[in-house]
Design a protein. Structure first.
Length: 175
């Protein structure tokens, strides 16, 4: 199995762990509405799943004969987690990340499809590269979402913030 894939996936695993830790901290100390509390719980579940998948990816031996199958299974599961996250109703307080969550899920779907094209059957370096790019985009969207959930102004490559009202942010990102 290509070690480049594992290096790129593991590089983003640091992001997942950081996201998980920050997610646990994004409570504001004030009493939340039921909708907001439910959303925070759903997002915590999402980040916990990402952390779990990160751990699982890091345990795969890239030299193992079934390494590609192990990776694809985890990517399938991660893709499902992204779909569930994107389908979650976003409360008004975080309405600005509604579209970003959908973008993240779309990019993860594309990443998953290209990882399958890269590893199902004969290896395809071109499809692996496309998968990695989509995977990076999905993760960058998750990072922007986390920044907004923490009340921060999102930062990052290809992120443009347009302030609509205090606390509401819009992003325009990768092509």
């Amino acid at each position: 199995m290509n070690k480049l894939l594992f290096n790129s996936v593991k590089r983003y695993s640091v992001l997942v762990v950081t996201v998980l830790l920050m997610c646990m901290l994004f409570g504001c100390g004030k009493k939340d509405s039921k909708e907001l509390t439910a959303y925070k719980e759903d997002m915590t579940t999402f980040y916990n799943k990402l952390s779990y998948y990160n751990s699982e990816i890091n345990t795969i031996d890239p030299e193992a004969e079934d390494a590609p199958a192990q990776l694809l299974l985890i990517m399938d599961q991660m893709n499902e987690a992204y779909k569930i996250m994107a389908a979650t109703d976003v409360p008004e307080e975080f309405d600005s990340i509604s579209e970003i969550s959908k973008e993240a899920a779309e990019y993860m779907q594309s990443a998953n499809e290209y990882y399958h094209l890269a590893y199902d059957g004969e290896f395809s370096e071109e499809n692996e590269d496309l998968a990695r790019q989509y995977y990076e985009r999905a993760n960058s969207r998750v990072q922007v979402m986390l920044q907004v959930l923490h009340g921060e102004i999102p930062e990052g490559d290809n992120v443009i913030v347009t302030t609509q009202e205090a606390g509401q942010f819009s992003t325009i990102g990768d092509d």
